[in-house]
Design a protein around this ligand. Structure first.
Ligand SMILES: Nc1ncnc2c1ncn2[C@@H]1O[C@H](COP(=O)(O)OP(=O)(O)O)[C@@H](O)[C@H]1O
Ligand SMILES: [Mg+2]
Length: 454
């Protein structure tokens, strides 16, 4: 597991089951103590080396009311009580943050635990009317990120977000907007890499009627559209030199000129930029204006790639599983341990977006009740978009790609044919014996796909 940035969860329970579940769920540091030991919370915390991020108390034979009340006084962490007792508000009044039925279904437990672990900053954002998702994760870097978001969001300071594609730059930009006084105003996204250079000026700044042959009306640009709100300039590194000077003026004075206009326009907006590029390098190469570079980097937020925060993979995977399960109305109980292991071992060149897509695929394909390793479409090698590996023999690399294709194909085929071998062979135009051999080669059991039509 990369880094030491993990959740510390203290589980008070007479037996191991729930603690083991939680360990699997959050990939964090889970310490189980007996119920009699809990009042020595200070001692338990000392054993952790710091205070826990959440405490889970499992009520089995005797009531834990007094324990919960005492814990509430002793620790700052949120307390989740797992109990078979009907919900009557008693535990909440004693200071329990949340109550989960015993025995807990794994995904329900995940949802409650994640809520308890969510940082107060994220929770604050959740209470307000909000369009963006909650930023999930754990560890020192994320705490620092939340602190900085909380600090800079209410100001109009220009913020630069730096990170690989799919690391959450746009999510952070939206969160900044949602936590600012501008949240009732527009949040306008401009992807500088997606708009052809010839059109970008018109898109951004707009034009005056008659500015060029086709300009039959005045046109408001995206800058004007962001008036009163936040302008998010994605992939700012791709902004052509010709427009950088014009943007610099906007950054400095909030003034600009529409194409063909002889008067200046003024806007009231906050600028947030994002890039996956090394802007310093672009400056050194003369492809990005130094003055603009300094103006937009007043505050820089760096988002690490997912492979540098692998401990968050189980948490994010469960989050996406809950979401896609609900969206697709499919019943799945969670991940088989081997499936999580497989995910945690992957490098995710596409970061969180890739994980999201992967889980969506798994939710569609998995026969259930648990997501199994073979439901997760992982390239055996980093062949997707990565440069071809010329260091290794053609046969090996090809073999891996073919293996991956075969596994994905077989999973989809069996899912579609509900595990019926004869029907699957027919649909695939394959000989039954060949199909059977292929399944054996990959250790896929067609029975797992049988009789679970939903
Ligand atoms: N920390 C996070 N917690 C939950 N979801 C996240 C997190 N970071 C990113 N995502 C999700 O991953 C996807 C990609 O994020 P995005 O902000 O578009 O990345 P980027 O702009 O860096 O390419 C989005 O669906 C986003 O909601
Ligand atoms: Mg993006």
């Amino acid at each position: 597991m990369a880094g030491d940035a993990v959740h510390d969860v203290l589980v008070a329970d007479a037996v191991d089951g729930v603690a083991a579940e939680i360990e699997l769920l959050c990939g964090g540091r889970v310490t189980r103590v007996g119920l009699d030991q809990v009042l020595g919370v200070a001692a338990a915390a000392a054993a952790l080396g710091r205070s826990p991020d959440a405490v889970v108390v499992v009520e089995r034979d005797a009531r834990v009311d007094e324990l919960v009340a005492a814990l509430g006084r002793a620790v700052a962490a949120r307390i989740v009580v797992v109990t078979a007792r009907p919900r009557d508000g008693t535990l909440a009044s004693l200071g329990a943050f949340d109550v989960v039925p015993l025995p807990p279904a794994r995904l329900e437990l995940a949802a409650h635990l994640f809520r308890a672990l969510e940082s107060p900053a994220a929770e604050g954002a959740r209470r307000r009317p909000r369009k963006s998702d909650v930023i999930l994760g754990s560890g020192a870097w994320l705490k620092e990120l939340f602190d900085r978001i909380t600090m800079v969001a209410p100001t109009d300071v220009t913020v630069a977000i730096v990170g690989e594609s799919g690391t959450g730059k746009e999510l952070v930009a939206r969160t900044l907007h949602d936590q600012s006084a501008r949240r009732a105003g527009p949040f306008v996204v401009v992807n500088c890499a997606a708009i052809p250079e010839g059109l970008l000026e018109d898109e951004l700044f707009g034009h005056k009627k008659g500015a060029f042959t086709d300009a039959r009306w005045d046109r408001q640009g995206l800058l004007a559209a962001a008036d009163g709100g936040t302008l998010f300039l994605d992939e700012i590194g791709e902004l052509p030199m010709s427009l950088q000077a014009k943007l610099l003026r906007v950054v400095q004075t909030r003034e600009f000129r529409r194409i063909g206009d002889d008067r200046d326009s003024h806007v009231d907006l906050r600028i947030v930029t994002a890039t996956h590029r090394d802007l310093e390098r672009l400056v050194a190469d003369g492809r990005f204006r130094e003055d603009l570079y300094y103006r937009i980097q007043v505050v820089t937020l760096r988002l690490p790639p997912l492979r540098e925060r692998r401990h968050d993979i189980p948490l994010l995977a469960h989050h996406f599983l809950l979401r896609h399960r609900a969206k697709l109305g499919k019943h799945l109980d969670g991940f088989a341990p081997a499936a999580l292991t497989k995910l945690v071992g992957h490098d995710f060149p596409g970061n969180i977006r890739e994980l999201d897509n992967m889980i969506q695929h798994a939710v569609v394909m998995a026969p259930g009740p648990m997501v199994q390793p073979e439901d997760i479409p992982l390239p055996a090698s980093r062949s997707d978009g990565a440069p071809v590996d010329l260091e290794r023999p053609f046969r090996d690399v090809k073999g891996e790609v073919v293996d991956h294709f075969e596994r994905t194909y077989l999973a989809a085929l069996l899912h579609a044919q509900h595990g019926n071998l004869a029907a699957a062979a027919r649909a695939a135009g394959m000989d039954r014996k060949n199909l059977w051999q292929l399944l054996r080669k990959h250790g896929i059991d067609p029975a797992r796909y049988r009789g679970r039509r939903r």
